[in-house]
Design a protein around this ligand. Sequence first.
Ligand code: BGC
Length: 387
Amino acid sequence: MKKIFSIVLSFALLLSLASCGGNTGSTTTTTAAPQTTAAPQTTAAPQTTAAPNTTAAPATNVKVGIAMPTKDLQRWNQDGANMQQQFEAAGYQVDLQYANNDPATQVSQIENMITGGCKVLVIAAIQADSLTTALATAKAQNIPVIAYDRLIMNSDAVSYYATFDNYMVGTIQGQYIRDTLKLDTAAGPFNIELFTGDPGDNNAHFFFNGAMDVLKPYIDSGKLVVPSGQTTFDQCATQAWSTENSQSRMENLISAYYTTGTKLDAVLSSNDSVANGITNALVGSGYTKDNFPILTGQDCDITSVKNMIAGLQSMSIFKDTRTLAKQVVDMVTAIVNGTTVPVNDTKTYDNGTGIIPSYLCVPVFADINNYQSLLIDSGYYTADQLK
Ligand code: BGC
């Protein structure tokens, strides 16, 4: 069904593009671009299906609306800037908006994109299921929607999903803890606490499940102990992925369970903004690099990479935003040209209306041993940015 719908969409899009030659929309925003380096494909997944369209004609009449959640997190600034740069280089016009993590603002930005003549929408949703009505309008106007990084739930207007393999993100974090603590050979038991992200973000469930599928057998066997007893998604969630929220939860955990000499060996954190709060709480309670627990993260945000270098975070998942941006440009170009849209997963992501054909890029982890080659030598950051 989705595929047929997408083909119909492409056809309708072509017709509407053919009839809008005079559209020279000029509302492109000029959002700052902290990360505009060229795009070596360090983490690209193998293309298992149709070849990307690299010979597309310049898309001078096509305006793409890009809705990003917030500027508060470094990664979304990079995602937006990389997409804007790559779309414009391919001849598209871009309307890039950030919604300050407010779902209502994001809805109105998307409505404006539709009335402003955007022919394709690329959306990283703030709340997975808050866009149904706005996207019904997009669908009625044959505007294809690509869910970016986060799946948009309960909307049949979503044509494709481009992301990193979210379950694999969690798996890598769990494996990092397992391997660093040597859970298969060391005597243990080891103490761990668990943190994940916002319940309204579909990704958070994939991250947590991926990690718990690795860690739970060790919790069940007693090799890993969770002194707080907080092991369900809801107990471990962090509203809005907020650093302040994770800091206060970690402070509470420390004072309730770790004041009597109980050693904290590891903390699972689904991303860097949450990890930063955990680090703040630990440092505030006197932990140093010499007794710091293993602490995971995700995004390789600058603060976290600096913490990694200082011994105050162990690892972070690296999701090269240049790779994802390129993937989305390829997908949009295929849609615009009516050719096969590159996807490599057609079974994992059901948004409540059916499976959304997806392209999953491959995440990797960065830690103290490989950050130089992964993050600096690849041109993602300069050495100075990490000082
Ligand atoms: C993204 C993460 C990000 C988190 C908080 C998730 O949907 O996949 O990369 O850290 O949102 O913004």
